[in-house]
Every structure is written in C-alpha cells, then in structure tokens.
Design a protein. Sequence first.
Length: 274
Amino acid sequence: MSNIDLAVFTKPWLDSIESVADRMAALGVQGIELPIRPGYQVTPADAGSTLARACKVLASRGLRIVSVAAPLEEAVIEACGDNGIPIVRTMLGIDLSKARYAETIASHQARYRDLLPLLDRTGVRIGVQNHSGNNIGSAIGLYHLIEPFDPKHVCAILDMAHCGIAGEPTELSVDLLWERMPNLVNFKNAYRERVNGPEENEAVWRTHWTTGRHGGFSWSGLVAELKRRKFTGTFVLPAEYTDPKGQPQRMGDDVLPFLTSDVAYLKSLVAASA
C-alpha cells in the first residue's frame, strides 16, 4: 500500500508546540491533527495569529498539519485556509434536553449551508467524524447527516472504532461512505466490557479504549479494505486510551507506550500491504 502517511491527534499534550513537534518527529509520523481548543497551543481566539507559527515549527521537524479539531467558527476556517490546512474536523452531539435527534440534524445542516461560501473561498472542508456516547456514532448516521452536501464541502471522517461498537462491519461502513471520504481515516480501537458481576440485577457496560490489536474491529481488515479500493492519504491515530484512574482518557506522555506500539503496528500493516 503506497502513498500512506501517518499522523497523530495531539490532544494528550498541552505543552509547547515545539515539544509536541519533537515527540511526533521521534515517533516517526509525518503529520498531526492539531486541536484548536482553549488551553492548547492554538486556540479559537488566537488561531489567526498563532496557527501559522505552529505550522512553521512543525515543518522544521518535517511535519505538517493534516487537519484540525476545532469549532466551526469563521475565524478558524479562515486561518486554516490561509495556512493550507484542508479539513476542520468536528462531531455532532445530541442533547435531548434541548432538541430531538432530527431537529439537531437539521440545525447542523443549516449551519453547514451557512458556511458554504466561506468553504468555497478558503478551500477548507468540514470533516464530520462519528463518535461515541450521545453523538452520531455510526457510519449510517454520518451518511444521513452529510448526504445533502458535496464532499468538497462536508465530508466523512470514518472512525471504525465507533462503528465496531455500533456493530457495523468494516466493508459495509467503508462502502457506505467511500465517495464522501477525504484522504484521511482514523485508527483507534475499543471494546465493550462489563463492569459489574453476574450477581447483580442487571449488567452494566462501558467502553474501554485500547490499542489497535485488541479492540472490537480489525485494523488489518480496514487496511486491506482501503488497499482494495486504492486509498491514498493519511491514517490518523487519535491516541485515545482508557485511563485506569478514572479520567476520560490517558493524557500527556502516559499515552506514549501505547501510541508507540500502535504506530509500529500500523506501519507494519501498511508495509505488508505494499
């Protein structure tokens, strides 16, 4: 499988962009997905002035920003366009205390329509990723959300970890979204585990975020399916692993042993499919 780069979502690290760049260069990846969020190296409030510097620092280590995880704010999209970053990744949460599912879908679609002139002018795409919890978590849900739009404006960031939890087979998920996928796919993994015993009245389950070899879908199967379809582009590792201390996920260099293993494993899958 040729023309595949690897990138890492750098959410676990809140220190300097130089430190982030050094870690990623040491991992041997080619790029990052940068969170543009409060508390990170680039924030929504200062993206217009700080994103260019982040790109420069990364480029000095041979890295590029393949996408950003950021709110759909006009200033953020403008900054991405100015710096040649093609995708602003987002997700769609459903809060039933505020609106029903269908109403939420309609409101987000209206927001996407409002942004179409800006997307055309900047050359930036909205990339919507399926996610867990009260979000659009499946490939079919993602398809219904973005179906009205040209993929050059609104595209699908497939994350098979969430599809696997939802019970969607890899081949069907890829087939469903193939014409709406950019040259970017997520690689993380998870499984459902029971957290109480059989003596309890009813089972309680949670999602455990784990390494690529040990989750609910096959990384090798996804690589094989993408090879069959002649995919070229970037595989992004979100670096999401369950924290045994009860936090939402491991953060900082605590992820490095797991991420290093996953980078090596994904590299081996790409090399084997060449």
